[in-house]
Design a protein around this ligand. Structure first.
Ligand SMILES: [Zn+2]
Ligand SMILES: [Zn+2]
Length: 73
């Protein structure tokens, strides 16, 4: 089974239920963040390429922070 990467760093072995669309690491229910903010409606290049409308936008905390900083810098 796929282990949540963020939990693994804390020494836990929780099963991943989602994968971060940006970095591809496994995320458990607790660490998977659904992005419903329109942060990529502009021209942020990397995620826009892999995004498809019908897919949920799941990201890890790290990528959210990074993306939000990049988008609003
Ligand atoms: Zn986790
Ligand atoms: Zn990520």
């Amino acid at each position: 089974m796929l282990i949540c990467y963020d939990c693994m760093e804390e020494g836990n072995n929780n099963e991943a239920v989602a994968i971060c669309i940006v970095c591809g690491k496994g995320l458990c229910d607790e660490h998977a963040k659904r992005m419903d903010l329109p942060v990529w409606s502009g021209n942020y290049p990397a995620p826009a390429k892999v995004l498809k409308k019908e897919l949920p936008r799941i990201m890890c905390n790290y990528c959210i922070e990074k993306t939000l900083v990049d988008a609003f810098d």
